[in-house]
Ligand binder design. Structure first.
Ligand code: ATP
Length: 377
């Protein structure tokens, strides 16, 4: 592999290829050698993949900054001459689908793994052949949402198992996005479902519709919005109270498996949102109670589960053809996850598997404290 050539193709902000390539990891995937960037470096996104044999680059999905207040967060983030599209942010997991060679397209997770399950589901559910026949140089960026995925479980009305929502179409190598209007038109043309578009407005007029969207999403227990400049280049996110509390509940249900930063950042988000809102004391009281409950209750429940000898961890259900499910299990175990199978059955010719990604740190720490172990603090 000619590293200097790749450095140039990646448009990295360093001239020393070793600086960038020391962060690439070599993985054997689907009969090919993938070099995967394990952390964002020198202007190149985490999860960027170089497929050696086909000399293909699949650019990682960029990190999206967050604003903590809508006013003046929105007007300060965008140029006044830009139009802002207010799109729903869905809570699932990020998938990049790209055709890296003549074979069938592959689905990459955020960190650059090819997930066999997501790949099989994408091939099954999306018109990939048609799309890539005319757009072979593009990457479809989608969120896989629904209660039955191997990585997330957020429920959406009308989604019984899982579905893809395409939120971006980018150039596979440069990561250059299509303009929002062009992407929405293209996806409609191919019948690719997208997240809801709430509104478009000039930055200084976008605060009010964004706040209205957030109120509506919050009431429905949904995650939030991504605001996008019309050319698709600049993105910023903002989330609902419901989402902050849901993520806190999740983190505190596995308290020794999540970093303190994870927890602190959700509280900071909630505090800025509460401070900006002009809601009355009763509303603040309600938020405070809700936040406290999302911290204490899940943790107490997990302590009790460990005490009762139950398996603690993230519970997932997946369904698909038996080989795909087997490949998924192998893939997850290959990532050093401990998987506990809770149920394994057939439904309408599909294999339906319920499993737990065992949270070993939480289980072991809780067990230790329950047995009277001490804590240095
Ligand atoms: P970061 O953005 O820093 O990578 P993260 O990985 O924790 O943080 P999130 O905070 O969940 O990601 O937010 C970004 C993700 O939101 C995107 O990577 C994408 O998967 C998801 N997403 C859902 N809906 C949209 C949308 N409409 N537009 C863009 N991204 C969306």
């Amino acid at each position: 592999m000619d590293r200097d050539e790749y450095l140039e193709r990646l448009e990295a902000t360093t001239e020393a290829s070793a600086d960038l390539f020391e962060h690439f990891e070599e993985r054997a995937t689907a009969g090919r050698t993938h070099y995967v960037l394990t952390a964002a470096r020198h202007g190149v996104e985490r999860g960027t993949v170089i497929v050696e044999e086909t000399e293909t680059i699949v650019r990682g999905y960029p990190s999206i900054p967050r604003i903590l207040v809508l006013d003046p967060g929105v007007p300060s983030f965008f140029e006044e001459s830009e139009t802002v599209a207010i799109e729903e942010k869905l809570d699932g997991f990020n998938v990049r689908i790209a055709a890296v060679d003549d074979g069938d397209p592959l689905a990459f997770t955020r960190s650059g793994y090819v997930c066999p399950y997501t790949t099989a589901r994408a091939r099954d559910r999306l018109p990939l052949e048609e799309f890539f026949a005319s757009h072979s140089e593009k990457t479809l960026c989608a969120e896989l949402v629904g209660p039955e995925t191997p990585y997330s479980t957020h429920e959406y009305e009308g989604v019984d198992t899982h579905e893809f929502r395409v939120f971006d179409v980018r150039d596979r190598e440069s990561g250059e996005p299509l303009a929002v209007a062009d992407r929405r038109r293209l996806c409609e043309e191919y019948g690719l479902t997208q997240p809801r578009l709430f509104d478009r407005a000039a930055p200084s007029d976008a605060v009010r519709p964004t706040r209205a969207a957030i109120e509506e999403l919050d009431a429905a227990g949904r995650e939030g919005v991504v605001l996008k400049s019309a050319d698709g280049e600049r993105l910023v996110k903002y989330t609902t109270e419901a989402q902050h509390h849901e993520e806190l509940a999740y983190a505190f249900s596995l308290p020794f498996d999540h970093g303190r930063d994870f927890v602190f950042s959700r509280i900071v988000r909630d505090a800025f949102q509460a401070a900006e809102s002009d809601a009355d004391e009763d509303r603040l009281e309600e938020r405070a109670r809700d936040l406290g409950e999302s911290i204490l209750r899940p943790m107490v429940s997990t302590i009790r589960d460990v005490e009762a000898g139950e398996t603690v961890g993230e519970r997932h259900t997946v369904r698909g053809d038996p080989e795909t499910i087997e490949a998924l299990l192998e893939h997850l175990r290959g990532q050093s996850l401990t998987i506990d199978l809770e149920s394994d059955r057939r439904e309408d010719g599909e294999r339906v598997l319920e499993f737990v990604k065992v949270a070993e740190s939480s289980r072991d720490r809780i067990r230790y404290y329950l047995n009277g172990g001490t804590r240095d603090e």
